[in-house]
Design a protein around this ligand. Sequence first.
Ligand SMILES: Cc1cc2nc3c(=O)[nH]c(=O)nc-3n(C[C@H](O)[C@H](O)[C@H](O)COP(=O)(O)O)c2cc1C
Length: 390
Amino acid sequence: MSTLHTKILGIDFENPFLLASAPPTALIESIDKAFEMGWGGAVLKTITPDDLEMNEASPRYTVLTDKKRIIGFQNIELLSHQTVKYWCDGIKFLKQKHPKKVIIASIMSPVDKTAWQTLTRILNDTPADAFELNFSCPHGMPEKGIGMAIGTDAEVSAQITGWVKEVAQKPVFVKLSPNVTNIVKIAQAVEKAKADGLAAINTVQGFMGLDLNTLRPLLDVNGRTTFGGCSGAMVRPIGLRCVAQIRQASQLPILGQGGISTWEDAAQYIAAGSDAVQICTEVMLNGYKIIGPMLKGLQHYLEEKGFNDISALKNKAVELISTHESLQKNPLAFPHVEHEKCSRCGKCVTICTESEHQALRLEDGFLNVDKTRCVGCGLCHFVCPVGAIQ
Ligand SMILES: Cc1cc2nc3c(=O)[nH]c(=O)nc-3n(C[C@H](O)[C@H](O)[C@H](O)COP(=O)(O)O)c2cc1C
């Protein structure tokens, strides 16, 4: 029988699914409800010193859709609006009621040693299991020199990690920004400063555009807008890439996140090197109840594969990722056409012709492959609506 239990930095996780630091963890009563439903833990909405102002804009979201399904948010929300005392009391309440659930306190302060250490010391006195340093919020906070302004600077990231580590009495995860040219450099800098673990990714900075009729921004704050953080399915390949790149360079535990909507997505993050996963956007869209199918799906998958636990899946993808130079270049992956399935729609011919190679032709009602022109790129397989091309 496989188990979803996992242990990270000495902390027992009954399952690897955590709520990410975000609206689903902004209130104690919501986290309480989520724990009842089966979530393994929660990273609290980022806690800041009480005197750090949080002036929110309205509205704070726009979305990207595909056939009316939301595949991503762009948000400009800031951090927790609750006081530090609210969180201290709340953590105690939650731990008393749910002693087996993991609670991670996400924190952010101005770039000031006393401010970071004061907040850390106050939260040391709660039963939270660990800290997560938010160095990665891409909007609002960078204008104050914090959030992503920290996480895009390896030196400052290392310095603050060092300040927190001097006083922290719990493991310290650092939440990294994908909005850098080399996330590995930042990961290595904070590892050198003695971070115990990493979390990746925070939202990807983006701009959803403007309404072409009104010429107002899609995220329209009284006619103006700002760059925001993108999340949800649309950012998953970026998150997976970041986690795998970090894993290739570091053995620290990683809390992987970014666009997880299903147990399969979570499994991909584990295969890319994550020790546990965090989810925000999918919870906002479909509710805390998504945890049920996630637990069932992952458990069933582990059993089918004969894996005792998620450690058997961890890094399975990382082991397969190498340089382009090292990839085998021959033989070419020629398409095999199942003629009886082919609907002769011509989609494959269009993509092959307009993408340079001109190897596919519909001749006498049959799809023919000219192997002297085919480069085995594989695109025809993906555009075939009836699965006739392998
Ligand atoms: C509305 C919103 C608010 C967020 N607030 C925070 C925050 O306070 N602290 C933080 O570390 N990350 C915050 N995040 C980032 C999420 O924790 C998460 O890293 C990101 O959304 C990617 O995961 P997802 O695709 O599952 O949403 C926020 C995300 C959203 C969408």
